[in-house]
Design a protein around this ligand. Structure first.
Ligand code: 2HA
Ligand code: ZN
Length: 280
């Protein structure tokens, strides 16, 4: 399969993974992507012969039982997806209980899904239910400015949220529900998978301290765009600090007025957060 004859659902991951590489978010095998497939877009995939036996998940996910997902492969470089999609991504399906998965397509010749599969699938289960089946995409990536913030500043969810809202005027509109801050945990662990799914129940963005970010959206473009916006806000803040000091910023009142103007409800805990020390 080439880029030209790839089906539409593979073309979406080709575009997104190429963009992630170009942004500098996806060094080596960093980052991973998953897309819950819509039968109306993919057509009938039942013709794929299973390539593996059923592989048990850590936790059964009945909310996504029987669903098929396009996921990036473990150890694969996102920047190679546009060149060789069938080697670097694959399609998996969950069994009727949501307790195990098997590989249907891709991961050539002997690859496996991403090491963060549990975080992706648990997130899909909660976002499917919470969004009324609208959200289909999850992206994990190493967006450098967001990561740098977790080294430069002592953060929590309300303060990170407000800092980003104050650092880029679009942010309160893009993510009015805020950004969840997840203190360091072992990547790939059931603990971080659970914390990430819990965060994405409430919010579309979750920053992993010292590591990266998870985002969700109706499609890969939406999730990508949110990360791009948040990382740019972090970059603007860091650039202003690097220029000497941050002499002024959007005030709480200005952020609240932007939210009102665009008819979004800004997370009250974010608006109430005290970020004065970030701008001192
Ligand atoms: O895929 O980014 O968090 C490699 C990672 C693990
Ligand atoms: Zn990572």
């Amino acid at each position: 399969m080439t880029r030209e004859d790839a089906p539409v659902f593979v073309r979406e991951i080709i575009k997104t993974s190429g963009d992630m590489w170009m942004k500098g978010w996806a060094e080596a095998n960093g980052g991973n992507i998953s897309l819950r497939l819509r039968p109306e877009k993919t057509g009938d995939l039942s013709g794929f012969a299973p390539k593996t036996d059923w592989i048990p998940l850590e936790k059964a996910l009945p909310g996504v039982a029987g669903e098929k997902f396009l996921v990036s492969g473990t150890g694969k470089f996102l920047r190679n997806i546009p060149l060789f999609p069938e080697k670097n991504v694959g399609v998996i399906e969950l069994d009727a209980a949501g307790a195990a998965y098997r590989q249907l397509w891709g991961f050539e010749p002997d690859g496996r899904p991403t090491s963060e599969l549990e975080a992706h699938l648990r997130s899909h289960e909660v976002i499917k239910a919470a969004s009324g089946n609208v959200k289909h995409a999850v992206i994990h990536t190493h967006a450098p400015h967001l990561i740098a913030l977790t080294y430069a500043l002592a953060l929590d969810t309300p303060r990170l949220t407000k800092l980003l809202w104050q650092s880029h005027a679009e942010c309160v509109v893009g993510f009015p529900e805020g950004v969840e801050f997840i203190p360091w945990m072992m990547a790939g662990s059931p603990e971080i998978a659970a914390a990430t799914a819990d965060a994405l129940l409430r919010r579309n963005l979750a920053v992993w301290q010292f590591h990266g970010v998870f985002a969700t959206g109706r499609n890969l473009d939406a999730a990508f765009g949110l990360i791009d916006m948040a990382d740019k806000a972090a970059q603007i803040y860091l650039m202003a600090r690097a220029a000497g000091r941050v002499a002024c910023t959007l005030t709480t009142d200005q952020v609240a007025r932007i939210a009102a103007n665009f008819k979004v409800t800004a997370d009250p805990a974010g608006l109430a957060a005290d970020t004065a020390d970030y701008f001192a």
